[in-house]
Design a protein around this ligand. Structure first.
Ligand SMILES: *[C@@H]1O[C@H](CO)[C@@H](O)[C@H](O)[C@H]1NC(C)=O
Ligand SMILES: *[C@@H]1O[C@H](CO)[C@@H](O)[C@H](O)[C@H]1NC(C)=O
Ligand SMILES: *[C@@H]1O[C@H](CO)[C@@H](O)[C@H](O)[C@H]1NC(C)=O
Ligand SMILES: *[C@@H]1O[C@H](CO)[C@@H](O)[C@H](O)[C@H]1NC(C)=O
Ligand SMILES: *[C@@H]1O[C@H](CO)[C@@H](O)[C@H](O)[C@H]1NC(C)=O
Ligand SMILES: *[C@@H]1O[C@H](CO)[C@@H](O)[C@H](O)[C@H]1NC(C)=O
Ligand SMILES: *[C@@H]1O[C@H](CO)[C@@H](O)[C@H](O)[C@H]1NC(C)=O
Ligand SMILES: *[C@@H]1O[C@H](CO)[C@@H](O)[C@H](O)[C@H]1NC(C)=O
Ligand SMILES: *[C@@H]1O[C@H](CO)[C@@H](O)[C@H](O)[C@H]1NC(C)=O
Length: 348
């Protein structure tokens, strides 16, 4: 699920706690990944882990104030895109704002919380953002949970990783990078605060779009691109495109999925990093293909399957790579250096 908003400047670090790192389990359901959080006095909340947004929203009736809770006497009105399992859908969520303690495992932070008034359409108990906080969440303390942990000096390193297996289990790695989970080296690419990278899109092993903005969004189930670019890919691979609402959906013969991949860093960024001898960035491109068994998100019978890839225009020429891409990979989000790292899991 995505917000396209701007991050407020992060204030200077005040280290009060002992810096640490930890690995907590996450589980997949219907294309989305969930972790077990405590918010105020509500324990055992199953919250969607979303790098495409930055706020914490709890579904109606589930938020119970803890002893440190503050009512902020303000309301939020958030919008999310790509909320459905097929990559379409938008939702609007409103409600009052609180400040309260949020924790996962042994890590805790005082955090802005949105308590949704109405049924949200967010599965399970709510959502926790690991991207930039939205402008709907006011004040200097409204930042993503992981940024608060970072600011408070709770994390050994200001970074988190997602290692998502294909069997619906995975790990959220907080405060470190865990090389035992992946093969080879991370492919390191420059990233914005909203986990947007510059990449080349590959179809059947050849570049179809070079130097494209790609939002890495664990809270989107599928792959979504600009309608004209997706339409061109559909036409070149024999996929039938059908417009529905604001989206372009694709239908393909189930036994003939194409191969969609992404080159990280893009070839031009790899060449630029080689010239600069930057130790933080990779100087060669690695191609990550999405496994072809992920291409069908629905089987409509008669060898007609709905494609993982769909088109939607967000006003800019933006691609969103969601859960289907993350599956089988280790994805490191390095907040200190604004770098993302990608590698295949040791045992996907
Ligand atoms: C979630 O964590 C709580 C304690 O924080 C624990 O009681 C509960 O069993 C955990 N639930 C799951 C599904 O792991
Ligand atoms: C925690 O929540 C899960 C469902 O999300 C439930 O199966 C489990 O029983 C709950 N555990 C506790 C200790 O409440
Ligand atoms: C939260 O739970 C604690 C421990 O059970 C309790 O002492 C406290 O009164 C609760 N807070 C609120 C605001 O209900
Ligand atoms: C949302 O919740 C408010 C207050 O709880 C209620 O009055 C309103 O009818 C609800 N709106 C929708 C669209 O369900
Ligand atoms: C990983 O990077 C190191 C240092 O650049 C290099 O020596 C090593 O060969 C690389 N390993 C692999 C598997 O590419
Ligand atoms: C990606 O897929 C293309 C097309 O099937 C294939 O030629 C290429 O070898 C694959 N690359 C990797 C790294 O899997
Ligand atoms: C793809 O083909 C359809 C049907 O022929 C056409 O309407 C559409 O404009 C084509 N898309 C592109 C990007 O050329
Ligand atoms: C595939 O199924 C979709 C959805 O039912 C339909 O819109 C489309 O026309 C079908 N395509 C073919 C080639 O049968
Ligand atoms: C899922 O896959 C991972 C990685 O291969 C493995 O370590 C784990 O035991 C598997 N879990 C289940 C429940 O199958």
């Amino acid at each position: 699920m995505s917000f396209f908003s701007v991050l407020a400047a992060v204030s200077s670090l005040t280290a009060t706690a002992v810096a640490t790192s930890q690995i907590v389990p996450v589980t997949e359901d219907s294309g989305f990944w969930f972790g077990n959080f405590t918010v105020g006095n509500s324990t055992n909340l199953s919250l969607l882990v979303d790098t495409g947004s930055g706020d914490i929203i709890i579904n109606p009736g589930l938020y119970k104030a803890g002893s440190n809770a503050e009512n902020l006497h303000e309301n939020f009105d958030n919008s999310y895109g790509t909320t459905q399992s097929n990559g379409g859908g938008t939702i609007e969520i409103k409600g009052p704002l609180y400040s309260d303690i949020v924790s996962i495992g042994k890590l805790s932070a005082k955090q802005h919380i949105g308590a949704a008034n109405n049924q949200t359409g967010i599965p399970h108990d709510g959502i926790v953002g690991f991207g930039p906080s939205s402008t709907e969440f006011p004040g200097p303390n409204a930042m993503a949970f992981v940024e608060t942990l970072c600011r408070d000096g709770d994390l050994s390193e200001c970074r988190f990783g997602l290692a998502l297996n294909s069997n619906k289990t995975g790990s959220l790695i907080l405060g470190e990078v865990e090389p035992s989970l992946y093969k080879n080296n991370l492919s390191l690419v420059p990233s914005s605060e909203s986990w947007t990278v510059n990449a080349d899109i590959y179809v059947d092993g050849s570049i179809s779009n070079s130097d494209t903005s790609v939002v890495m969004d664990s809270g989107t189930a599928t792959i979504v691109g600009p309608i004209d670019q997706v339409s061109a890919i559909f036409n070149s691979t024999g996929i039938q495109g059908v417009r529905s609402g604001g989206s372009l959906f694709g239908y393909f013969p189930c036994d003939k999925p194409p191969t969609l991949g992404i080159g990280l860093p893009s070839q031009s960024d790899a060449a630029a990093a080689a010239k600069k001898h930057s130790p933080l960035l990779s100087t060669t491109t690695t191609l990550f293909n999405i496994s072809s068994d992920q291409w069908a998100i629905a089987n409509n019978g008669h060898n007609n399957c709905t494609a993982l890839l769909s088109g939607q225009d967000f006003g800019e020429s933006i691609w969103i790579f969601g859960q289907a891409f993350y599956t089988g990979l280790y994805v490191d989000h390095n907040m200190k250096d604004s770098v993302m790292g990608f590698a295949s899991l040791d045992s996907p």
